[in-house]
Ligand binder design. Structure first.
Ligand code: NCD
Length: 319
């Protein structure tokens, strides 16, 4: 029996663009499916369309896990490498999507540097039977990452969602430029977690409090009392000026280490997450990343099953 009542509609979705609109029921049902797939008690529901992984920004784990997920669902996958595509000849993204859709592609997993791109694509392809999954747009959202993060957190408490209510999670680092942070904030809060953002003032400005989170500029104080710590990479590629003086200076004040965990009196039960890629010994001490406290390998593994389940959700609306 679920403990919540939700005011969100339980809808079948055509695109996965944001975590803002995902209801607790929808997410819990997605996770139950992903868990069965992971345990091997259920098999993927073969969809068998044509998928396109349109990555205009680099990726290792997101692109490969979507690739695997599509393969497991029997999709043909079109080849798209930005550096050898017609994008280098000036073709815009809508023309590229239209071209691949003409070849039969019906599912587009898209990563792009623009924070506004998904809303324009949704509008542009409103009456077109294609499906879009946002695999990260600029500084805005990265819904499948937030879903696999929450899945990993939920898994660590045996999917006892009620027990997550009131637990504290601290997101540490470059929140300003992080789509992972934004998608996570919406989702974690919906599941009743208390979110604190920790980092230097120029990477965690006070404006974030409007999203219903706490802000701390002191690492030890910010992480005290947390059950989960989510560490973020400094997004140098999204900073148009040097917003931190040096990476070693950043590490000195905000790098997460075993010694900081003991100073903050965090028990052995605290769990550490990171979406990857990690810059070892900058945002997190290498030994802590490799320790038993770290859920990072689980996050990657879980991403595969959560993404199969996500594509299956879209298959419900495919014609
Ligand atoms: C993240 C991203 O691309 O937003 N990576 C990922 O998808 N796992 C985080 C990052 O690049 O730092």
């Amino acid at each position: 029996m679920l403990w919540w009542t939700s005011h969100y509609d339980f809808t079948v979705m055509r695109h996965i663009i944001s975590t803002k609109t995902l209801s607790i029921e929808w997410v819990a049902s997605l996770f139950s499916r992903a868990q069965s797939l992971k345990l091997g008690t259920q098999k993927p529901l073969i969809g068998g369309g044509i998928g396109s992984l349109l990555f205009y920004e680099n990726s290792t784990r997101t692109k490969n896990s979507f690739h695997l997920a599509l393969q497991e669902l029997n999709y043909k996958i079109l080849d798209f490498q930005i550096e050898s595509s017609s994008a280098t000849k000036g073709e815009n993204i809508t023309d590229t999507i239209q071209t691949l859709a003409n070849l039969g592609a019906n599912l587009f997993v898209i990563r792009h540097g623009s924070s506004l791109i998904m809303q324009s694509l949704e509008k542009y392809f409103l009456n077109h039977p294609i499906h879009i999954i946002n695999a990260g747009n600029g500084m805005n959202e990265h819904p499948s990452q937030a879903l696999l993060d929450l899945f990993t957190i939920a898994e660590s408490v045996g999917f006892d969602y009620a027990s997550l209510r009131g637990q504290k999670i601290s997101i540490i680092g470059d929140c300003l430029h992080s789509r992972v942070a934004r998608s996570n904030i919406h989702l974690l809060k919906r599941f009743g977690l208390q979110v604190t953002l920790v980092g230097p003032p120029n990477l965690v400005p006070w404006g974030f409090e409007d999203l219903g989170v706490e802000v701390s500029h002191n690492l030890k104080q910010g992480i005290e009392g947390s059950s989960f710590l989510m560490v973020l990479r400094i997004q140098k590629e999204r900073q148009n000026a040097n917003v931190i003086s040096s990476l070693s200076e950043y590490n000195k004040y905000y790098g997460l280490s075993e010694s900081m965990l003991s100073q903050a009196s965090l028990l052995d039960s605290v769990r550490v997450l990171h979406p990857g890629p990690v810059n070892r010994n900058i945002e997190i001490e290498s030994s802590l990343l490799d320790s038993d406290r770290s859920l990072v390998n689980q996050q990657v593994l879980n991403g595969r099953f959560v993404r199969i389940a996500l594509i299956e959700e879209l298959q419900k609306t495919m014609s």
